[in-house]
Design a protein around this ligand. Structure first.
Ligand code: ADP
Length: 835
């Protein structure tokens, strides 16, 4: 706040003189004039009284002194002649003066010689009969000639002289009331005068005060008007050159200054307003430009989004387009594996197959990434067994880890639930990517997967999966960088290890979509730990597993183990090879018993998955021959590399319910799988017959388990045309596996139907039976149990050459087939959309 200047001002009048009870200046002036008038009159009166009193006193004193002197002279002879009577008479003459109350003549020997007292008045006690005259006279002497006793009397003492000496004294006591009376008269007169004077003063003051108050009132009026109207151009009139005139001039000057300031302020304000207007205009223009820019940006964003959408669509389409021929290449390469090729060409085919698989992986990654970016990726929520998922995923890497000499371990903490709901395929995808990276970047040591329960909510769990390795590690500045699309920690990574740099990006995005996250900690040369968390809903149809199961993972030693799949049906080939791949095994393929014999003779296998019905040589015969050769110690069958002396043969049948299992075991097979078999069952077979974990009875129990036979049994009564769980099983193998298998099925099954029709037309019962068996086999594998049952019937009729019945059966079969085809086509499309 600005401090006021120190201005020298005159002091204000004392409060009383400010007349606080009078609010009007006119009243104040009148009151002041009257007060002054009264004061002055009172002062003059006081003076007059004092003067008058002194004068009366002097007059009384001189009169009484003269009188006393005269009496003293007259009584002298009486004293001399000692004649008190004459003296009394002389004193009695004093009665002519009414002012004299008493008179005494005291002789020099202190004796009252004569006395006088005015009639009606008491004697002075000092001179009464018992009085002490001496003291009274002495007192008088001391007091000289006169004693004033105000309010009472005046005593005058005079000597009485005789013959040159004082012979006595005369005391005359006079009444002073006369003086008071005189003064009282003066007082009354004066009061009357003062009353008149005050009236006159009031009259004059009230008439004349306007001389002073009028300019002040005028000034006050102007001030009031200015303060009310804020009209600073008003001026007060200057009536005189006195102080009020100065005040008015000062006020006018102040108004002038205020007005000047106002004018300056108004000018300034106008200037400001102009400035503001200018700025507003500029702002409006900027705003307009901003809007335009925003519109442009919005357009640009829209077109960028469109472009991104188009890019995603393009990528998605392209990926599909590329995947189809690529699958063709893969299929062909897989077929070529079984062809009798020289070793060099075999090696080319392996390279071709490996490259096609890598390309497929990259395309899958690009497809996933573009889907997530376009917000098109929808997660499923289906019940699954978390323990199985982790176990199976680990299993798929067992062989790769073994080959690299890197330990692959799993810790499943206590309390991790088994039965959960979520997107198992995506969860597996992230886990696969992390374990894959860990193995890729670890040359020695171990890769450890730990699963834990971080949080349990009312409806869901927060599960953490940590993949820890002892690999090359990641520099601190690259820890976040590697999560960006197409980024790798080291430029040389892709040259040395391959990869597109998309895996972690997709994994983190998936983890976020699943309500969790993906973090990394790493030290160069020490290793890395990727911790992935995911929210999974509680419950689900997965078989309940006690929460305290503890670690369920194991290590397999499958190194160097060789597996042969003997299967003529392309659909079943794909499924079997796909499952083995998913379990970390690569397998060779033979399309009939004869080829199987040749393959076995050539390289020796630890485990053979043998289909039963095949052209050229079926599985039964091939098994019998193999066992025969083994029994004879035939050279064509090399001993199993790490085996128990003979090749393990697991039969694959679509006829398990017909007691075919026993037939298979009887012809020398060790075990069998009923179509449609599951990945878990395939894993059990591998672990039983290669890793030697479970005993045979147990694995048989699994293979004979309720699923396939139960499915067949149910198929006879009331079943969906296609059993979803069989399809789910295939779709879990890898992305796109299902659509590929269905595609193959649809292509081959149409041919089968045509072939059966042609065979019927040609009365070829065996041909009908053969083709029906093939279709039964692949249909069972896809869970089309009802169709498989029809095929089975047709197969039986064909074999019995009951061609009329077979014709009817084919009609019925075709109707079911159309429905199956319809369902499978839809499944294929939705699988393609998902991948
Ligand atoms: P890529 O297909 O190249 O493996 P990712 O997104 O999966 O793509 O990984 C990106 C990069 O992160 C890798 O190229 C590698 O440099 C680094 N990285 C990922 N995992 C590991 C790990 N376990 N150890 C060391 N580096 C890793």
């Amino acid at each position: 706040m600005k401090k006021g200047k120190n201005v020298q001002v005159r002091r204000r009048a004392p409060t009383l003189l400010r007349l606080p009870f009078c609010r009007k200046i006119t009243t104040k002036i009148t009151m002041l004039v009257m007060a002054v008038c009264i004061f002055v009159l009172a002062l003059s009166f006081l003076g007059v009284i004092v003067i008058e009193a002194l004068h009366a006193r002097a007059e009384l004193l001189s009169k009484q002194s003269a009188l006393a002197d005269t009496i003293a002279y007259n009584v002298a002879p009486a004293v001399i002649f000692d004649d008190p009577v004459a003296a009394g008479k002389t004193l009695a003459s004093l009665q002519a003066d009414t002012q004299i109350n008493n008179a005494y003549l005291v002789t020099s020997d202190n004796r009252v010689f004569a006395r006088y007292a005015r009639k009606g008045l008491a004697e002075d006690p000092r001179f009464g009969p018992k009085a002490d005259f001496r003291r009274a006279i002495n007192e008088m002497r001391r007091e000289s000639t006169a004693i004033w006793r105000w309010g009472r009397d005046l005593e005058v003492v005079r000597p009485v002289m005789g013959e040159g000496s004082e012979i006595g004294r005369i005391v005359v006591v006079s009444d002073v009331m006369i003086i008071y009376q005189k003064l009282r008269v003066i007082l009354f007169g004066f009061m009357a005068i003062m009353a008149g004077a005050v009236l006159v003063a009031w009259f004059l003051a009230s008439r004349m005060q306007h001389l002073v108050s009028a300019p002040l009132l005028h000034l006050s009026d102007v001030m009031r008007q200015v303060s009310r109207t804020k009209e600073y151009s008003l001026r007060a009139e200057v009536a005189d050159n006195d102080e009020i005139g100065e005040l008015v001039t000062g006020f006018n000057t102040m108004l002038e200054q205020v007005e000047a300031r106002d004018t300056r302020l108004a000018a300034h304000r106008e200037e400001l307003e102009r400035e503001v207007e200018l700025r507003t205009l500029e702002l409006r223009e900027t705003n307009q430009k901003l809007h335009e820019t925003v519109d442009e940006l919005r357009l640009a964003k829209k077109s960028a989004e469109d472009a991104s959408q188009a890019k995603s669509m393009f990528l998605a389409n392209m990926s599909h387009e590329i995947r189809t021929p690529l699958n063709g290449i893969l299929g062909m390469a897989e077929l070529l594996f079984t062809a009798d090729l020289p070793e060099k060409q075999h090696c080319f085919v392996r390279t071709l197959h490996g490259s096609a698989v890598s390309l497929l992986d990259i395309i899958d990654d690009i497809l996933d990434s573009s889907k997530i970016e376009a917000g098109k990726l929808e997660l499923e929520s289906i019940p699954f067994d978390l323990h199985d998922l982790v176990g199976e995923t680990m299993d798929t890497f067992a062989l790769a880890a073994q080959r690299k000499g890197v330990g692959l371990l799993c810790d499943m903490e206590k309390g991790v639930p088994a039965s959960v709901q979520g997107d198992a395929v995506r969860l597996r995808q992230v886990l696969v990517n992390l374990i894959n990276n860990a193995l890729k970047f670890t040359e020695k040591g171990e890769v450890r997967v730990s699963a834990g329960l971080a949080e349990e909510g009312e409806v869901d769990y927060l599960i953490t999966l940590a993949v820890r390795d002892t690999g090359i590690g990641i520099p601190p500045d690259k820890l976040e960088y590697i999560f960006e699309s197409f980024n790798q920690a080291d430029g040389s990574t892709s040259r040395k290890y391959g990869g597109s740099g998309l895996g972690l990006t997709i994994s983190r995005q998936l983890a976020h979509l699943m309500g969790g996250g993906l973090e990394v900690k790493s030290a160069v040369g020490v290793g890395s730990v990727f911790t992935f968390s995911v929210r999974l809903r509680k419950g689900g149809a997965a078989e309940a597993r006690p929460a305290e199961t503890g670690p369920v993972c194991r290590q397999w030693d499958l190194s160097g183990r060789r597996v042969l799949v003997v299967e003529d049906n392309p659909v079943n080939q794909k499924v079997a090879l796909g499952m083995l791949n998913a379990l970390g095994m690569s397998a060779d393929l033979a399309v009939n018993g004869k080829e199987a014999m040749a393959a076995l003779a050539k390289s020796g296998y630890d485990l053979v998955f043998m289909d039963c019905q095949m052209p050229v040589m079926d599985g039964y015969e091939a098994t019998r021959l193999i066992r025969e050769k083994e029994a004879n110690g035939h050279e064509g069958l090399p001993a199993r590399p790490g085996g128990k002396g003979r090749t393990a043969i697991v039969g694959i049948t679509a006829n398990a319910m017909k007691g075919e299992g026993a037939k298979l075991l009887a012809c020398g097979m060790d075990d069998y799988l009923a179509k449609p078999y599951t990945l878990a069952q395939m894993r059990t077979m591998l672990s039983t017959w290669l890793a030697g974990e479970d005993d045979q009875e147990e694995s048989l129990a699994v293979a004979d388990g309720p699923s396939p036979e139960g499915a067949f049994a149910a198929g006879e009564q009331e079943l969906d045309d296609v059993d979803r769980s069989a399809l789910d099983e295939i779709s879990r193998l890898r992305k796109g596996a299902l659509s590929e298998v269905i595609e193959t099925y649809l292509a081959t099954s149409v041919t089968s139907i045509d072939t059966m029709r042609a065979a019927l037309a040609a009365n070829d019962g065996a041909g009908v039976a053969f083709t029906a068996h093939g279709l039964k086999s692949s249909s069972a594998m896809l869970g089309a149990h009802r169709l498989a049952a029809h095929c089975d019937e047709l197969e039986t009729l064909g074999k019995a050459t009951a061609l009329d019945d077979a014709f009817m059966a084919l009609e019925a079969l075709e109707q079911v087939y159309l429905r199956v085809r319809n369902t499978l086509e839809k499944e294929m499309l939705s699988d393609r959309e998902n991948t």
